[in-house]
Design a protein around this ligand. Structure first.
Ligand code: 13P
Ligand code: SF4
Length: 349
C-alpha cells in the first residue's frame, strides 16, 4: 500500500474535497504512507493541544490509537466528530488498567486508610474512564513530555501518588527526575495487590502496566549498540525499563527525540530506542547523521500500524459521501470528569 499511487491520489483528492471541514492529526509512530496526509504531527501532548485548535473543522481524523482519539473527542465540542480510521487500533498498555480494577484498587487504598492522601495521575495512554476516575478523585493526566511537572503538582496536592498505567514512565520520572528512591516506589499488581502496610510505606504506587514495544529494549540492547557503534549517543523513550533509561544518554518523548536529532551536529551517531516507524523516519529526516535502531529485534507498534493508507482512504472517502465511519464518542459524564483531569494537565506551568 505504501507505494500504491492510486490510493495516494484518492487520499489527496478526498482531502481536497473536504477542505477546511477536515483536520487530520498524526502521531509520530504512524506509517509514512499515513503521516504524509497529517495536517499536524506530534507527540501525545501536542496532539491533545491541537485537537481543540480547529473548532471550525467538522471532522477530526485521528491517525493514532484509540485513547488519543477519545482524548480528542473529550477536548473538542459536540459539533466536531472524531474518527479513528481503524477501530482495532488500541493500545496494549492502556488495556492493562481497566476501570473495575482501578476502582477496586481505590477501595483497597481506602481500607488501608490512605486514600485521602493519594492523588491519582494517569498517563495519557489510558482509557477515558480512567482519566475520568482521576478527574473525580482530584488527580490529573500526564504525557511523556510533562510527567515531571504533573508529579510535582500531584505531590503538592497530597502525600502519595497512584500512577497509572505505565510503571516505567512513573518510576523513571519519580527516581530520575524527582529524586525519589526505588524504595519509595511500590508496584501495584491488580491480580495480587500489595499489603496495607506496603501501601502505607510507599510514596508512589506504580500500576503494573507497560508498553509492549518499549518493554522489549533491554540493558543488553544498550551495551551491544555501544560495542557495535563506538561513540554512539543512546536516546530512548521513558516507557523503556528503568535499567535501559539508566544506561541511555538522553530520555524523552517522541517530540523530544525529534528535537534532539534536529539539534545534533552533522556526523554524530545515534541509537534510538522507540517505535520503528519513527526511527526509520528520523534516518530519512536527518541524512547527515547516523541513526540506528537501538535493538533490531524490537518491531513496530502493531496497533499504531493498523492505521494504513487503505483505512485512511476509506474513512476520508466515506466523509466525502456524507457518511461518518468509525466515530469515537465518549459519554457525557465520562467526558466531564476526564476533561477536568485533562484541563488540569493542560494548565500545568
Ligand atoms: P509520546 O508521543 O507522547 O512520546 O507517546 C509515546 C507513545 O507510546 C504513544 O503511544
Ligand atoms: Fe501503546 Fe506502546 Fe503502542 Fe504507544 S507504542 S500505542 S504505548 S503499545
Amino acid at each position: 500500500a505504501a507505494s500504491d499511487p492510486g490510493l495516494v491520489e484518492r487520499a489527496r483528492k478526498a482531502k481536497e474535497a473536504l477542505g477546511d471541514r477536515l483536520f487530520v492529526l498524526g502521531h509520530h509512530y504512524q506509517r509514512d504512507e499515513v503521516i504524509q496526509f497529517a495536517d499536524v504531527t506530534g507527540d501525545s501532548f501536542k496532539l491533545a493541544q491541537q485537537a481543540a485548535a480547529r473548532p471550525g473543522a467538522e471532522y477530526i481524523v485521528f491517525c493514532g490509537v484509540h485513547f488519543m482519539a477519545e482524548s480528542a473527542d473529550i477536548l473538542t465540542g459536540d459539533a466536531q466528530k472524531v474518527i479513528l480510521p481503524d477501530l482495532a487500533a488500541g493500545c496494549s498498555m492502556a488495556d492493562m488498567a481497566t476501570f473495575d480494577q482501578v476502582e477496586e484498587a481505590w477501595e483497597i487504598l481506602e481500607d488501608a486508610g490512605i486514600a485521602d492522601s493519594v492523588v491519582p495521575v494517569t498517563y495519557m495512554n489510558s482509557s477515558a474512564d480512567i482519566k475520568a476516575f482521576c478527574g473525580r478523585h482530584g488527580g490529573t493526566v500526564c504525557t511523556s513530555s510533562n510527567a515531571k511537572r504533573a508529579l510535582e503538582w500531584a505531590f503538592e496536592q497530597g502525600e502519595k501518588v497512584l500512577f497509572l498505567p505505565d510503571q516505567h514512565l512513573g518510576r523513571n520520572t519519580a527516581v530520575l527526575e524527582m529524586g525519589l528512591s526505588l524504595e519509595d516506589c511500590l508496584v501495584y499488581n491488580p491480580h495480587r495487590p500489595p499489603s496495607a502496610e506496603e501501601l502505607r510505606r510507599a510514596k508512589i504506587i506504580l500500576w503494573k502496566g507497560h508498553c509492549s514495544v518499549h518493554g522489549r529494549f533491554t540493558a543488553d540492547s544498550v551495551d551491544d549498540v555501544r560495542r557495535r557503534i563506538p561513540g554512539v549517543n543512546v536516546l530512548v523513550h521513558p516507557e523503556c525499563k528503568h535499567e535501559v533509561v539508566l544506561k541511555a544518554d538522553h530520555v524523552g518523548s517522541t517530540e523530544y527525540i525529534i528535537k534532539k536529532l534536529a539539534e545534533a551536529p552533522a556526523g554524530s551517531k545515534w541509537a534510538v530506542g522507540t517505535e520503528l516507524n519513527l526511527v526509520k523516519r528520523l534516518g530519512q529526516m536527518f541524512p547527515d547523521k547516523s541513526v540506528s535502531f537501538l535493538d533490531k529485534t524490537v518491531c513496530y507498534c502493531s496497533t499504531m500500524n493498523r492505521i494504513d493508507l487503505p483505512h485512511l482512504v476509506w474513512a476520508l472517502e466515506s466523509l466525502v459521501l456524507g457518511e461518518v465511519v468509525n466515530q469515537i464518542t465518549v459519554d457525557a459524564d465520562t467526558t466531564h470528569w476526564a476533561k477536568v483531569a485533562l484541563d488540569r494537565m493542560l494548565a500545568l506551568p
